[in-house]
Design a protein around this ligand. Structure first.
Ligand code: PHE
Length: 345
């Protein structure tokens, strides 16, 4: 065996015996490094004549290539072995729950409010917002409910210093919106022109001292008001019936207008609905108070009750949400339990 063959054999053996990449790189240096065996042989070529140089050079190059090939093979084997050892050592539990990004969504009552707004705006209603901290005048007096009126006791609420209170219903928005509206069109009225109708809903939070499965100290209401020169109880029935059919996506839903009393409407009615089928079928469920706006209230809006008339209603979006999704405890909506709320996404 010539010198080159034995060098190749030696290198292969040495490489194969290495047990780490570092060891292998050291072994490589013995053959291919600056002072390695093959490098020295190459350097030795300079003393040969041109033909011998060519022949010998080619042989050395071939040996070098073989050694490099062997080196690469060993490198790969060691890398593989290292990976296997790592995989063996680093076992991990694939059954652990991942840290999934949780995605938020709208609260079920917000979904209902969006739905209510969408349905009423499609019928030409505006949407108005008003303050939750209200004056006694807007909340009661302007709504034909003077001090000492027994109806006030049904609206016990949270009183704030300075004559303010947390509004017990969204009805004060009837007055607020109408007053703002009348202000805007006063000039037209003075000029004997007709005033555009007031057609608005006012959703928002309301407060009463009440707490059980169907009452919460904070709850939502949505007021509706349509005032014009000829807006009657018949219009109320049509509008509210259309709304209920759209909201519950059920044209077979039946409505009942049950005579009732509110100081600010005359005549007044509670609105009950009945589902034709499903778990609630056959029961009358109260969803709103309503009526023709009382002349005193029209006057407090700044309008002439001899000329203007219309209807108002106040409904409970929380109640509507309970009915729509079959929830039987109102408090679930406001506990903030993500397991409950995420079911509506
Ligand atoms: N504000 C009344 C309530 O909270 C509901 C209502 C609104 C009744 C408008 C008639 C007209 O009970």
């Amino acid at each position: 065996m010539n010198e080159l063959d034995s060098l190749v054999k030696q290198a292969k053996q040495l490489f194969a015996a290495c047990s780490s990449p570092a060891e292998l790189e050291n072994a490589k240096a013995q053959f291919l490094g600056k002072a390695g065996h093959l490098t020295m042989l190459m350097k030795g070529l300079s003393s040969l004549d041109i033909e011998a140089k060519k022949a010998q050079g080619a042989l050395i190059n071939a040996a070098k290539q073989t050694i490099e090939q062997a080196l690469n093979d060993c490198r790969q084997q060691l890398a593989q072995a290292e990976l296997q050892a790592q995989l063996k050592a680093e076992t991990f539990d694939v059954s652990l729950p991942s840290q999934a990004m949780s995605q938020g969504g709208l609260h079920p009552v917000s979904l209902s409010l969006e739905r209510i707004e969408q349905i009423f705006t499609s019928m030409g209603f505006d949407v108005a917002q008003g303050p939750e901290i209200e004056t006694d005048w807007f909340n009661f007096t302007a709504l034909n409910t003077p001090e000492d009126h027994p109806a006030r006791s049904m609206h016990d609420t949270f009183y704030v210093e300075g004559g303010y209170l947390l509004r017990t219903h969204t009805s004060p928005m009837q007055i607020r919106h109408a007053m703002a509206h009348v202000q805007t069109y006063r000039d037209r009225l003075d000029a004997g022109q007709t005033m555009p109708e007031i057609r608005v809903i006012a959703p928002g939070r309301t407060y009463r001292v009440d707490s059980d499965a169907t009452h919460s100290p904070m709850f939502h209401q949505c007021e509706g008001l349509w005032i014009g020169e000829n807006i009657s109880f018949k219009d109320l029935k049509v509008v509210f019936t259309d709304f209920c059919h759209a909201f519950f996506e059920n044209d077979h839903l039946v409505l009942r207008f049950r005579p009732s009393f509110f100081p600010f409407t005359e005549p007044s009615a509670e609105i009950d609905i009945q589902f034709p089928d499903g778990p609630l079928a056959g029961r009358w469920l109260e969803v709103a108070g309503s009526g023709q706006v009382h002349p005193n209230v029209i006057r407090n809006m700044g309008l002439d009750p001899e000329r203007f008339m219309g209807f108002a209603f106040g409904m409970g979006p929380d109640r509507l949400t309970m009915l729509r999704y079959g929830v039987n405890d109102l408090r679930l909506f406001f506990d903030g339990d993500i397991r409950f709320l995420s079911q509506f996404q």
